[in-house]
Each structure stands twice: as C-alpha cells, then as structure tokens.
Design a protein around this ligand. Sequence first.
Ligand SMILES: Cc1cc2nc3c(=O)[nH]c(=O)nc-3n(C[C@H](O)[C@H](O)[C@H](O)COP(=O)(O)O)c2cc1C
Length: 119
Amino acid sequence: MKVIYDSLSGKAKAFASNLGYEIVDIKEVKDQIVVGPLFLVTRNSGYGEIPQTTLAFMRKNYRSVIGIAVSSNRNWGRYYGAAGDSLERIYKIPCVLKFDGAGQDEDVKVVKEFLDKHK
Ligand SMILES: Cc1cc2nc3c(=O)[nH]c(=O)nc-3n(C[C@H](O)[C@H](O)[C@H](O)COP(=O)(O)O)c2cc1C
C-alpha cells in the first residue's frame, strides 16, 4: 500500500505522513502508472473543485485507488470537502473521510483502520 498525497500548503501531507505507510508526492507520479494498491489523500481547490494534479493522477491510476481522504476547511460551507464527493461520484471510489486541515488523532485512526483492513 502506498499513500499518494496532493498538498499545496502541507496539511494533506502532514495527515498522510501520520498514516504509517509509504507516502508519495503526487507531483512526482501524476503522469505515471503507479503500482497499487493506492490510497489518495488530497485537498480542494476553488469552490469544491478537484485539484488538477489529482485529476491528472486519477486519469491514469483510478483503477488502483482503493479510497480517498480529503483535507478540507469548514469556512467553505456547502463546498466543504466537495472534491471528495466529486471523486467518489466520478470514479465510484469511497471518500473514506473529509477532515479539517491536517486532521486530528481520531481522523488518522479512522483512515488507518480502513487501510489496515484493505492492505
Ligand atoms: C483556492 C482554494 C480553494 C479551496 N476550496 C475549498 C473548498 O471548496 N472546500 C473545502 O473544504 N476547502 C477548500 N479549500 C481549503 C483546502 O482544501 C484546505 O485548506 C486544505 O487543508 C489544504 O490542504 P494542503 O495544506 O495540503 O494544501 C480551498 C483552499 C484554497 C487555497
């Protein structure tokens, strides 16, 4: 299992690094096919959009992605974590968790349990 992270200001990366699996920066692999299974930790861009880096990566790798978690911010109101909802809808891959910023211990625990079950 590899955890792929898409992080602009470091929060998604911080969360990914707490999961206890190998982490890979999406920028390094977005145009490649990565050997799975993979878990994606991503973020949102403007008004609930999916970041371009995540889209490019998913086009190539969605078949190997078993789940997604999204670093989000409640200030975005109804757009909270919306990139996760869109990814789930488009690719039929579960958005396991939307979490605030770099996440709390409880958030890490939820995703870790998912990963340990699916590895
Ligand atoms: C341009 C921009 C648009 C954003 N849009 C949303 C959004 O629609 N929904 C949301 O929950 N958070 C939104 N956010 C907040 C980010 O998802 C949040 O800050 C996340 O923790 C960033 O992760 P990072 O530190 O790994 O880059 C936005 C942030 C930026 C900079």
